[in-house]
Design a protein around this ligand. Structure first.
Ligand SMILES: [Ca+2]
Ligand SMILES: [Ca+2]
Ligand SMILES: [Ca+2]
Length: 169
């Protein structure tokens, strides 16, 4: 912007400019903090890929039994955003929080029969820490390239009564 030359500004004319500078500074500070929190959010999104998880594939709706023993099969389904075959099975955990049980077996198969290859993991029910009162469970892990991913599925609990509801620990 060109400034008019040859005219000195009076101090009265400068005062509102200073005021505006202060407002501008506030705006910039607000914008920077808004931007940094938006970037933090975006970074979180970029860091962890959300994947499609199917607990007990073929069991719809998914029903869990708090006293269930044996294995819980959990599939990670491939789609255009995520290829389940890239998962490092050693990094996979599953349970109420998503960090409990490690898989005892990994099966590479087109679980949902849509033409792409999925992975299915078997977890020991006793290690997944799924109790009465829980409504979903999470599988998390990393790809062999190091990208974190996680996915959850809701389920219904069967065989719970009020005494069984998780008391917080
Ligand atoms: Ca399911
Ligand atoms: Ca698919
Ligand atoms: Ca598939």
């Amino acid at each position: 912007m060109k400034r008019p030359t040859g005219h000195s500004r009076s101090s009265a004319a400068r005062r509102p400019f200073k005021l505006r500078k202060g407002v501008l500074l506030l705006l910039v500070v607000g914008l920077v903090s808004a931007l940094s929190s938006a970037t933090a959010l975006a970074r979180q999104d970029v860091d962890t890929i959300t994947v499609t998880v199917d607990i007990k594939p073929g069991d719809e709706p998914t029903v869990m039994d708090p006293r269930g023993e044996g294995m819980i099969p959990v599939a990670v389904l491939s789609d255009e955003n995520f290829d389940a075959v890239t998962i490092d099975p050693a990094s996979v955990r599953f349970g109420a929080n998503g960090d409990e049980a490690a898989p005892v077996r990994t099966i590479t198969e087109d679980i949902d029969q849509d033409g792409d290859t999925d992975l299915m993991f078997l977890f020991r029910a006793g290690q997944a820490n799924i109790r009465c009162g829980d409504t979903s469970a999470t599988l998390s892990g990393r790809t062999r390239a190091g990208r974190a991913f996680s996915g959850s599925e809701s389920f219904q609990m069967e065989g719970c009564d009020s005494r069984d509801i998780r008391s917080g620990h």
